[in-house]
Write a protein that binds this ligand. Structure first.
Ligand code: SAM
Length: 292
């Protein structure tokens, strides 16, 4: 087996060979610890029939580990300067396809149809660029891709919010949006020292396992998310206050909102962070007729 790309010595040699300089604006913090990479891959539970999608391969540190454990890897990289490097570092592997594209603008579903005809399941595995972690995760979930789940490295603070449970300070509309589609868990906390250059914040790995159907059934998904966002607009305000000030014409519809809360058996003085997904679902369904 070839030497790992991710050892500090080899990473430095590759960067030097190509005169590569990190772009902070693209969230370029490369992993330089093969053991951490192998652990990330193990959380994805891939086998030789699986497909893997990577976002931001960098110089290929994670990509090669994925290539060794799965049938095929498709990786989206935005930075053109990395393409010749990847072409070189990943040359020992024949089961990798690099796509030069901003993943946020890519048609991932069509790429999956074209590239993953012969795999049994697909996981997204990535060390995400920290400036766009939430938009990337939300896009992958909202696009309703036929994936089994996502294992990714991101800022610990965002990981805490994503996997937060009701009643905790981190629980908010992001927790709800992601837990609506997936079962979310933080599986590893990662020190800054395993990155080059080191990021300013602590990191964590989360695993999102897609649910067969959303966690709760609602009349209108978009309205459900609108209600949850409105409920957390100002965390110290009561649910009633946030809903009246955030929902369209909420102030005029205060009586309707109070009625919906009453039918849902939710005290209007509660705060958004105390409501479970099911309570938000009930509430948004009760509010729905008043706003449509
Ligand atoms: N996977 C490598 C590793 O673990 O060492 C690099 C991870 S680095 C945190 C993030 C990578 O994402 C960089 O290679 C960066 O150029 C790339 N990137 C940033 N924004 C992107 C986007 N919108 N679409 C695709 N790739 C992006």
């Amino acid at each position: 087996m070839d030497k790992d790309i991710a050892t500090p010595i080899r990473t430095r040699a590759i960067l030097e060979k190509y005169g590569f300089s990190f772009k902070k604006s693209l969230g370029q913090n490369f992993l330089i610890d093969p053991n951490i990479l192998k652990k990330i891959v193990s959380f994805a539970e891939l086998d030789k029939n699986s497909g893997a999608i990577e976002i931001g391969p960098g110089i290929g540190a994670l990509t090669e580990q994925l290539a060794r454990t799965s049938k095929k890897v498709v990786a989206f990289e935005i930075d053109q300067r990395l393409l010749p490097i990847l072409n070189d570092t990943l040359s020992p592997y024949s089961n990798i396809k690099i796509i030069h594209h901003d993943v946020l603008k890519a048609d991932v579903k069509t790429v999956m149809q074209e590239e993953f005809a012969e795999v049994s399941d697909v996981m997204v595995v990535a060390n995400l660029p920290y400036y766009v972690t939430t938009p990337i995760i939300m896009k992958l979930l909202e696009d309703q891709l036929p994936i089994r789940g996502i294992v990714c490295m991101l800022q610990k603070e965002v990981a805490d919010r994503i996997s937060a449970r009701p009643g905790t300070k981190d629980y908010g509309s992001l927790s709800i949006a992601i837990q609506y589609y997936t079962e979310a868990e933080t599986v590893m906390i990662v020190p800054k020292t395993v990155f080059m250059p080191q990021p300013n914040v602590d990191s964590a790995v989360i695993r999102l396992t897609k649910r067969n159907r959303p966690a709760v059934a609602v009349i209108d998904e978009r309205f459900f998310f609108q209600v949850t966002k409105a409920s957390f607009a100002q965390r110290r305000k009561t649910l009633l206050n946030n809903l009246t000030s955030q929902l369209p014409e909420g102030k005029q519809k205060k009586e309707d909102i109070l009625r919906a809360l009453q039918v849902s058996e939710i005290d209007p003085t509660r705060r958004g962070e105390t409501l479970s997904l099911q309570e938000f679902a009930t509430l948004s369904d009760e509010l729905y007729p008043y706003f449509h």
